[in-house]
Design a protein around this ligand. Structure first.
Ligand SMILES: C[C@@]1(CC(=O)O)c2cc3[nH]c(cc4nc(cc5[nH]c(cc(n2)[C@H]1CCC(=O)O)[C@@](C)(CC(=O)O)[C@@H]5CCC(=O)O)C(CC(=O)O)=C4CCC(=O)O)c(CCC(=O)O)c3CC(=O)O
Ligand SMILES: NC(=O)C1=CN([C@@H]2O[C@H](COP(=O)(O)OP(=O)(O)OC[C@H]3O[C@@H](n4cnc5c(N)ncnc54)[C@H](O)[C@@H]3O)[C@@H](O)[C@H]2O)C=CC1
Length: 215
């Protein structure tokens, strides 16, 4: 049976992350780390043109040589993304010794975490994994979800977040709060935002709150 993976979202803001290798796979992982505010150090004798630009722009630190034992310590996560099984294995060994979470691009069985495919719509993040069974299917599922969950989720969640914040500080009864959130979620607010009818969406939210005597 496939190993069941525990799902979690890491807060890597300001955390040091090490990526060994500077090819296309490393590039994809580096971009995803930067988008989450991580400090990234790439250890590789060469870089893709895009990684090179990130180094020139100061967004990424580059150690321009091959991996050496001793490179992997004091990092939040390590990604071994070279095209060599031996090198990636050595990186994984060192990470394991230091109990650092490690992702190994070409050895799924050595990953202590795998990188999922992610659909992002503002604060909504949907992560997908096939537990290493088929990245091609993972990508396909992402594309399907992207067509299902459109850009309207960003504004919708912003509004839900505002209502939630307001009610948490003004309505003491948790059951009342839960009922309001449930009603908004089951209403046509999302559909109205999708149609671009934001004024009507706001009106609908206000109406639901009024019915609960909250405004
Ligand atoms: C275990 C894992 C480790 C990890 O990297 O975390 C892993 C491992 C491997 N991937 C391989 C191949 C491909 N990977 C992709 C794409 C992605 N791979 C990603 C994650 C993962 N890949 C982790 C498990 C994810 C899960 O559990 O589902 C994604 C989701 C995230 C990301 O990398 O950012 C990103 C999709 C981004 C998107 O949404 O588009 C494509 C598609 C393409 O390129 O078009 C292909 C070719 C098609 C195919 O092989 O299916 C190979 C074989 C190489 C070979 O054949 O030798 C290995 C090694 C092996 O399996 O041995
Ligand atoms: N996990 C994933 O999502 C995927 C993984 N892969 C696998 O990942 C591996 C990497 O793929 P690509 O990025 O396309 O390869 P690539 O050939 O584009 O890049 C390899 C990089 O590793 C560097 N490298 C080699 N030896 C090194 C060392 N000793 N120290 C530091 N850096 C070193 C190279 O200089 C190069 O920058 C391959 O084995 C490939 O099969 C492929 C597709 C997807």
């Amino acid at each position: 049976m496939t190993q069941r993976l525990y799902a979690a979202f890491l807060n890597l803001q300001g955390k040091d992350c090490i990526v060994v290798g500077g090819g296309t796979v490393a590039e994809r992982k580096v971009i995803a780390l930067l988008e989450c505010g991580a400090h990234v150090r790439v250890i590789s004798p060469d870089l893709t043109p895009h990684l090179q630009r990130l180094v020139c722009g100061g967004q990424v630190t580059h150690v321009a040589r091959r991996y050496r034992r001793g490179d992997v310590k004091q990092a939040a996560v390590v990604i071994a993304a070279t095209d060599s099984l031996d090198v990636n294995q050595a990186v994984a060994d060192e990470a394991d010794e230091h109990r650092i979470w490690v992702n190994v691009a070409n050895l799924p069985e050595r990953c202590t975490f795998v990188v999922p495919s992610v659909v992002r719509r503002g604060p909504l993040s949907i992560a997908i994994t096939t537990s290493g069974m088929s990245p091609a299917v993972t990508k396909l599922v992402r594309e399907e979800l992207e067509s299902q969950f459109g850009p309207e989720y960003e504004l919708y969640l912003q509004k839900m977040g505002e209502v939630r914040k307001r009610l948490k500080s003004t309505v003491a009864d948790e059951n009342v709060r839960r009922e309001v959130f449930r009603r908004i979620a089951r209403s046509d607010v999302l559909a109205l935002i999708r149609e671009g009818n934001v004024v009507e969406a706001d009106r609908r939210i206000a109406e639901i709150m009024r019915r609960q005597k909250l405004t």
